[in-house]
Each structure stands twice: as C-alpha cells, then as structure tokens.
Design a binder for this molecule. Structure first.
Ligand code: SAM
Length: 313
C-alpha cells in the first residue's frame, strides 16, 4: 500500500466513524454538534468573506487566479478528486452521463451528434460520453469537443485520451476557450448536448456562460450541469460535510499535492456557488426550459444535476 492509499484509508475510516457515532447519538446531542460545527463554519466563512472584500478582486484577476489554481493542480487533479470525495465523484459522474443517454436518439436522421464538454479538464465527462454514444448507443457519427480555459488541464486530458479506443480518439477534439466567450468556431445553434461538470462555479460571469450555452445549442438541445451544491434536509450531514471540506480538504491538498491554497480556493468556491433553486432560476433566465424542479440532488445535495432545454420556436 503506498502512502497516498494510507492517508485515504485513514480519512475514510475517520469519516465513517463520525457518521456512525452521529447516527447513534440522541437528537439533543446531534443538535449540539450541529450548532458547534455550524458556528465554527460561520466564523470561517465570515473571515473568508472579509478577506475577499478587502482584496476586491477584479474579474480579470479572478480569471487569472482560477487559471493559476488549475495549472497548479492539473497533475494531481485526478488523484486528489478520489481522495477528497472518497471516489464518489466517479459515481456522480457516471450517474450524470448515464442520465443524458448521449446518442440514444438520433438528433435528425443521419445527422452528426455534436457534443461540447465545457470546462472539460482532464476528460472524465467526455470519455464517459464517448462510451455511451459510440459503444452503448452505437451512434454512427459522434463529434465531441473538450473545451477548457486552461491548457495544462487539457494537456492532461489529451494525454489520457491516448489510451482510448481509436474510434473514440477520432471523435475527439480539444479547444482552449473561455466558457463565457466561446469562439466563432462553435457557431450558433450547432451543438446537441452541452455538458459542464464541476466547472461553472469557477466562471467569473456565470450568466454570460449560460447565455453562450444557449447560443451554441440547437433548438431542442440540452444544457446539463453537474456541480457541487447545498446539502438539503440533513443538518448533520451538512455540518459534517462543511467541516470535512474546510478542514480536511486543504490539509490533504497540502500533504498530497503540496498546495494548500488552491484546495482552500476550491472549497470556498463551492460555498459561494448559488443554491439549487437560485441556479435553476439563472438557467431559466438564460432562456432554457426546465422540467419539474429543474434539478436532481445527488447524495442529499452535496452535488446536483441541473438540466435545461433550448426551446424549439
Ligand atoms: C474542477 S475542474 C473540472 C474538470 C472536469 N469537468 C471534471 O469534472 O473532472 C474545473 C475546470 O474548469 C475550468 N475552468 C475554469 N474557468 C473556466 C472558464 N471561464 N472557461 C472554461 N473553463 C474554465 C478549469 O480550468 C478546470 O479545468
């Protein structure tokens, strides 16, 4: 067992023990724990918010800072994802991509299937989409663009893609682009499915990115987003999850990737991202139609899937 596995196992055991103890505890004790953890959390957030206000970063500075974070974490990103989420990000990604049924229904008879994975990073979502569209649904003509603002993340994705089957590699292209200003090489009404996973919370202008998604999707095309969200209906899990995020994740970042600050940023960006209903309303404001609540919670809302359809006019 290598040291990385040992650390992961230790955190896993601690987390499971905390969950068991809390589950067995009486309600009053639970309330006490929640109150203590929440208060600590509030203090930390107040401090972080003060720091941000004092710094008053411009959009350009924020974009640079995000770029710096992802350049710094690119090499360790996949390993860290497993450690931070106990591997659950794989389950969420599988569920996200299965629910999209890419390539199941031909868009129009004999037409190409055009997929755009925004903030695609190291390719986790794109590679799953290709498996579904080509291997499972046998779509005859798939084109998938992985787009990301960060060349270092895309470089890791490109190198990982070399071990894909040739048919998958042939369907892939890579594009360095800012999601809030997509280039003319992605024309209006040209995309069947737009995906963005664990990326949109980093965008400086989320409404602009949603408008771009609406512009490039064809009428009837689907916008699908997987993102960290807010725990709903389980205050114990909420308090423990926040404690884990703010304490353990920066620490793991420091120990495993030698980069505490980047992982501290990632945790804070989750906390600042709009809650489920607010984000659903932003999707509607950008011109998408949503069905039902417009979102699906995963693991009590630690993550959520939002979907919108560009109306056929
Ligand atoms: C947490 S990673 C997610 C990667 C991948 N989608 C996944 O689920 O594993 C977030 C990605 O968002 C990208 N990103 C941040 N701001 C962006 C922007 N404005 N436009 C496009 N990509 C951006 C980062 O470079 C990074 O690769």
């Amino acid at each position: 067992m290598d040291p990385g596995d040992g650390i992961a196992l230790t955190f896993c055991v601690i987390f499971i023990l905390i969950l068991i103890v809390t589950w067995l505890s009486r309600k009053s004790l639970m309330n006490f724990i929640v109150a203590v953890l929440s208060r600590q959390q509030e203090r930390e957030l107040e401090q972080h918010n003060e720091d941000i206000e004092i710094g008053t970063v411009t959009e350009e500075e924020k974009t640079k800072r995000v770029a710096g974070v992802f350049s710094s974490v690119a090499e360790s990103y996949d390993k860290m994802n497993d450690l931070m989420s106990f591997g659950w990000h794989r389950v969420w990604k599988d569920q996200f991509v299965s629910g999209l049924s890419a390539g199941l229904v031909p868009t129009t008879p004999s037409s190409d299937l055009r997929l755009l994975d925004i903030a695609g990073g190291t390719g986790d979502i794109a590679f799953r989409l290709l498996r579904h569209a080509i291997d499972i649904h046998n779509h005859p003509s798939v084109h998938l663009t992985i787009s990301d603002i960060n060349p270092s993340m895309l470089a890791v994705g490109r190198s990982r893609s070399e071990s894909l089957p040739i048919s998958h590699q042939a369907a892939l292209s890579f594009l360095v682009a800012d999601a809030t200003q997509l280039p003319a090489s992605i024309p209006d009404n040209s995309v069947d499915l737009y995906t963005v996973a664990f990326g949109i919370r980093n965008f400086t202008d989320i409404p602009a990115a949603l408008r771009e998604a609406h512009r490039v999707l064809r009428p009837g095309g689907v916008f699908a987003c997987l993102e960290f969200s807010a725990v709903q209906g389980n205050p114990i899990l909420d308090a423990l999850y926040k404690r884990w995020s703010f304490s353990a994740i920066p620490l793991i970042g420091q120990v495993v990737a030698g980069d505490r600050d980047s992982y501290q940023y990632l945790v804070e960006s989750i906390e600042r991202f709009p809650k489920q209903e607010e984000f659903r309303d932003m999707i509607v404001d950008a011109g998408f139609a949503v069905s039902g609540d417009g979102y699906e919670n995963l693991t009590n809302g630690i993550a959520a899937i939002h979907k919108g359809i560009k109306p056929v006019v």
